[in-house]
Design a protein around this ligand. Sequence first.
Ligand SMILES: NC(=O)c1ccc[n+]([C@@H]2O[C@H](COP(=O)([O-])OP(=O)(O)OC[C@H]3O[C@@H](n4cnc5c(N)ncnc54)[C@H](O)[C@@H]3O)[C@@H](O)[C@H]2O)c1
Length: 261
Amino acid sequence: MEQGENKVKEIAGRLKNKVAIVTGAGSGIGRASAILFAKEGAKVVVADYEENGGKGTVSIIRKAKGNAVFVKTDVSSPSDARKVVDAAVKNYGKLDILHNNAGIVRWGNAVECTEDDWDRVIDINLKGAWLCSKHAIPEMVKQKGGSIVNTASIAGCVAFAKIAAYCASKGGLVELTKSMALDFAPQKIRVNAICPGVIRTGMTKGILDDKKTMQGMLQATVIGRLGEPEDIAYAALYLASDEASFVTGTTIVVDGGWTVQ
Ligand SMILES: NC(=O)c1ccc[n+]([C@@H]2O[C@H](COP(=O)([O-])OP(=O)(O)OC[C@H]3O[C@@H](n4cnc5c(N)ncnc54)[C@H](O)[C@@H]3O)[C@@H](O)[C@H]2O)c1
């Protein structure tokens, strides 16, 4: 055997024998993450409250001979958060990876933001990640380990105008990531966050359709292009995999250089 050949074999199927839940997997970053996880050998629970998107992701994975199941889930509902973790165990016998990715944005500064918008953003982006983790962690403890990956945002590290609730939710998620990393390190559960910059998904389509805004975003992204969902999925894959076994409580910024300036 040539030097290094063994390593190559080990790397093929980076999530082999793992079971993963990806929330918000019906589109954008979550869909890319679910597809990549499945491609790397994971059995994937595709969780989304949009049935068409979720089933679409499962169909793409199955066509490529991957293994996935759809579970209609509103992450802000305590019973749904419980249900999606139970579904992973029922379908695949265990849970190794939770990618908390479902999220929404509502526009407005702190004065303009309505109470309904504030509650919905915090309920999905922050409380949803907590609820799913709350139910996932005991299953991971049974497995003697696991990895939680939270999709935060650079809006959780630096401020963006007129999305006050969103910035608060993502800043909270970065801190929740550290708190859970600290509390569950003894049980070998790693918890990390990814802070994406501007990624071309359904969430940003509206603003990127405006040519002037698009130009501004491109200029702020020093690498000279906007992000694609796969750019984030690759970071999630690393954090989810055993390659990141010494990495916990951190945030990986994947923003094309937006925040270096
Ligand atoms: N696109 C960006 O530029 C960008 C930048 C930073 C962070 N993010 C974060 O990435 C994550 C994914 O966003 P995206 O850009 O792929 O957007 P997207 O709108 O394409 O995907 C979000 C998915 O989450 C699902 N979802 C929303 N609320 C849900 C709920 N309560 N329960 C279950 N599923 C729910 C939606 O149905 C959708 O499929 C979000 O957390 C978002 O805040 C996105």
